[in-house]
Design a protein around this ligand. Structure first.
Ligand code: ATP
Ligand code: PRP
Ligand code: NIO
Ligand code: MG
Length: 561
C-alpha cells in the first residue's frame, strides 16, 4: 500500500468532487466513430452490458530508452468521472450513424455514465515498462469501448513528453535549472499546455507558458527577447533615470550615468585586446531600461550583437550599478553560438569582475543557455565542459522531436469472466490475457528488479519468499526472485459501484516528486543513454501456462499440402 495514498470512502458518486478535464474538448465525442458503431452493435445485440476488462499499455519504451514515465492519469479519471452526453452530442451521433439505428439506442446514450465502470491504474508519475497495464478499465463493454480513444489520447502524449523531460533532466544533471520554453513551437494550444504540465512532472523546474502557470500552478520563469534589445536606439530614450536602492534608503537620480561610469571602469581594467573597447550603446540602453523596470531580477539576453565584446561587458556594467544600490543581478541568457565556449568565457569574465571590484558572489552569476537544445546537445556540452546553470528548452522537448508517439494500446483481456487474447504474427503484439494484478519486486540493493503480472486470484508475492518470474513469451527466459519489497502497482482510482475505496488524485507537485524519486531509485544501467539494460517484465508461472494454453486454443492449426 502506498505510504501517502489517501483513500476516500466510496458510495456517493465521486463525480461531484472531480473537476472536468483541463481541455473542454475532452468530451464523449472525442473518440473514433467506430467506438459508437460498435456501441450500437453491442446494444442491438443485447451485449452492451457484458462485463469487459481492458488493459491500457505500451509495447516499447520511447527514445531508444528502457523506461517510460506514466502520465495523463488525472485527466483520464476526471474524464471518466464527468462522462455524460448532452442532447447536442446525442443528436450529432444520431446524424452520424446510419438512419436505421433505433431510437432506443439514443435513450440508452442519454442515461450513459461511468457509474458501472471501475478504473485501476499505476500512480501517475511512476516509472513504467512495456506490457505492464498502466490502467485496467472494467465495466459494461459498450461504455468502456467508448473510453478507449480518449484514454489513449490523454495518456500517449502526456507519457511521451514526461519521459522526454525526464531524459533531458537525466542528461542535464540534478543541479541545473530546467525551463520549458516550448509554447511557440508546440503542436497547437493543447500540445503546448499538455507539454508544460507533463514536462514539469518529468522534472523541469518552470515554464514560460503563462496559461499553464495559471492552470496548474507551475512556477513561471523567463528572460527577454532579442526584439527588446534591438528596439532601443539611443540612451536618450530613457527618460526616467532614477532608481531607489534595494532597502529604500537612498535614490540614485541618474542610474544611466552610474551604468556608464561602471562601463568605463570595466573597460579600463578588463579588455581592449580584441576590440576598440566600445560596446553597443543601444544594447546598453536596453539592459539599463530592463534594470530600471526590474532592478531585483535583472536579466539580459547578451547575444544580440556580440556576446564577449558587447553583451557581457554591458551586462556587467548594469549589474555593478545595481550592486551599488544593493540589488543582485539575475543573470544572462546565451541564445546562439558555441554555448560551451561562451558560457566558459562569460564565467571567467564574471570571476575577474568579482576579483577586480571585490564583489562577492559575482563570479557565480547565473548563465542560462537556449537555442535548439536537446539531449544530444546537452550531452555534448557536458563532454566539452561548460558553465551553464540553467537551460531553456523548447522545440525538441515539447514536440518530442525524436519520437512522435508512444503507441499505447487498449486491449480486451476478459469478457464476462472469460479471458481473451489477441494473436499476432508479431509476438510482441500478442496481448496478455486475463484480469491481472501487477507487482514490482525489489532486490537486496533496493533497486526494482522485475515487474510481474499474475492472474487476479493468485496469492500476492511475499517479501522473502521465492517466486518464479517468467518471460511472457520466451520459454527459456525465467528467473527466481526473492523480493525484499513488493509494490502492488494497480490502485483503484474509480471504483464504480464496487464499494472499493478510491485513491485520491495527488497534487501536481506530489506527482512530480513521485517521478523524481522513482527515477532516482532505478538501477543506473537501465537509465544510461547508450545501450541501456532492459528492465525485466514477467508473468507468474500460472499466467504463463494460461497464456500459452489460450494461445493454442485460439490459433487455428494450419494444414500443409
Ligand atoms: N558547444 C556546443 N556543442 C554542441 N552543440 C552546440 C554547442 N553550442 C551550441 N550548440 C548547438 O549548435 C546549434 C547551433 O545553432 P546554429 O547553427 O543555428 O547557429 P546559431 O548559433 O543559432 O546562430 P544564429 O542563431 O546566430 O544563426 C544549436 O542547436 C545549439 O544548441
Ligand atoms: O530553441 P528552442 O529550444 O525551441 O527554445 C525556444 C527558442 O525560442 C526563442 O527563439 P525565437 O522564437 O526568438 O527564435 P530563434 O531563436 O529561432 O530566432 C528562444 O530564443 C529560444 O531560442
Ligand atoms: O523567457 C525566455 O527567455 C523565453 C521564453 C520563450 C521562448 N524563448 C525564450
Ligand atoms: Mg533560438
Amino acid at each position: 500500500m502506498e505510504a501517502n495514498a489517501n483513500h476516500l470512502p466510496n458510495g456517493e458518486a465521486a463525480a461531484a468532487v472531480l473537476d472536468s478535464p483541463t481541455n473542454p474538448m475532452v468530451t464523449p465525442l472525442l473518440t473514433d466513430l467506430y467506438q459508437y458503431t460498435m456501441a450500437y452493435a453491442y446494444w442491438k445485440g443485447g451485449k452492451h452490458n457484458d462485463r469487459a476488462v481492458f488493459d491500457l499499455y505500451f509495447r516499447r519504451n520511447p527514445f531508444g530508452g528502457e523506461y517510460t514515465i506514466f502520465a495523463g492519469l488525472e485527466e483520464c479519471i476526471k474524464f471518466i468521472a464527468n462522462f455524460k452526453m448532452n442532447e447536442g452530442e446525442i443528436s450529432f451521433i444520431r446524424q452520424s450513424l446510419s438512419g436505421s439505428c433505433e431510437d432506443g439506442f439514443f435513450d440508452y446514450l442519454r442515461e450513459l455514465d461511468c457509474s458501472e465502470v471501475e478504473a485501476y491504474a499505476i500512480p501517475e508519475g511512476s516509472v513504467v515498462f512495456p506490457k505492464v497495464p498502466l490502467m485496467r478499465i472494467e465495466g459494461p463493454v459498450a461504455v468502456v469501448q467508448l473510453l478507449e480513444t480518449p484514454l489513449l489520447n490523454l495518456v500517449n502524449f502526456a507519457s511521451l513528453v514526461a519521459t522526454n523531460a525526464a531524459r533531458h533532466r537525466f542528461v542535464a544533471g540534478k543541479s541545473k535549472m530546467l525551463l520549458e520554453f516550448g509554447l511557440r513551437r508546440a503542436q497547437g494550444p493543447d500540445g503546448a499546455i499538455t507539454a508544460s504540465k507533463y514536462c514539469y512532472i518529468g522534472g523541469f523546474d518552470a515554464t514560460s507558458n503563462v496559461a499553464a502557470g495559471r492552470l496548474f500552478g507551475i512556477p513561471l520563469r523567463g528572460t527577454h527577447s532579442h526584439a527588446f534589445v534591438s528596439s532601443f536606439m539611443s540612451p536618450d530614450e530613457i527618460i526616467e533615470k532614477s532608481l531607489k536602492s534595494a532597502d529604500g534608503s537612498t535614490i540614485c537620480e541618474d542610474f544611466v550615468s552610474l551604468v556608464q561610469t561602471w562601463l568605463n571602469k570595466i573597460k579600463a581594467v578588463q579588455w581592449s585586446k580584441s576590440s576598440n573597447g566600445d560596446t553597443n550603446h543601444s544594447e546598453l540602453t536596453a539592459f539599463t531600461s530592463y534594470a530600471l523596470a526590474f532592478p531585483d531580477n535583472f536579466l539580459a539576453l547578451v547575444d544580440t550583437y556580440d556576446v564577449m565584446r558587447s553583451g557581457i561587458p554591458n551586462f556587467c556594467a548594469v549589474a555593478l550599478a545595481l550592486n551599488d544600490l544593493g540589488y543582485k543581478a539575475g543573470g544572462i541568457r546565451l541564445d546562439s553560438g558555441d554555448l560551451a565556449y561562451l558560457s566558459s568565457e562569460a564565467r571567467k569574465f564574471f570571476q575577474s569582475i568579482e576579483k577586480e571590484f571585490c564583489i562577492p558572489g559575482f563570479g557565480k552569476t547565473n548563465i542560462t543557455a537556449s537555442n535548439d537544445l536537446n539531449e544530444e546537445t546537452l550531452d555534448a556540452l557536458n563532454k566539452q565542459g561548460h558553465e551553464v546553470d540553467s537551460y531553456g528548452i523548447g522545440t525538441y522537448l515539447v514536440t518530442c522531436y525524436s519520437q512522435a508517439a508512444l503507441g499505447c494500446v487498449f486491449k480486451l483481456v476478459e469478457i464476462n469472466g472469460e479471458p481473451r487474447i489477441k494473436l499476432s504474427e508479431d509476438v510482441s503484439k500478442v496481448s496478455i490475457p486475463c484480469k491481472k494484478r501487477s507487482y514490482r519486486l525489489y532486490g537486496k540493493e533496493g533497486y526494482p528488479l522485475v515487474d510481474i503480472m499474475t492472474r487476479e486470484n493468485e496469492p500476492i508475492p511475499k517479501v522473502g519468499e521465492r517466486i518464479l518470474c517468467r518471460h511472457p513469451f520466451n520459454e527459456s527466459k525465467r528467473a527466481f526472485v526473492v523480493p525484499q519489497k513488493v509494490d502492488d502497482l494497480l490502485k483503484c482510482y474509480w471504483p464504480g459501484t464496487s464499494g472499493k475505496p478510491r485513491v485520491e488524485l495527488p497534487s501536481l507537485n506530489e506527482t512530480r516528486e513521485r517521478c523524481i524519486n522513482q527515477l532516482e531509485q532505478m538501477r543506473p544501467d537501465h537509465m544510461r543513454r547508450l545501450n541501456p539494460t532492459p528492465y525485466k517484465v514477467s508473468v507468474s508461472a500460472k499466467l504463463y501456462d494460461f497464456i500459452h494454453f489460450l494461445w493454442l486454443n485460439e490459433a487455428p492449426v494450419g494444414e500443409l499440402q
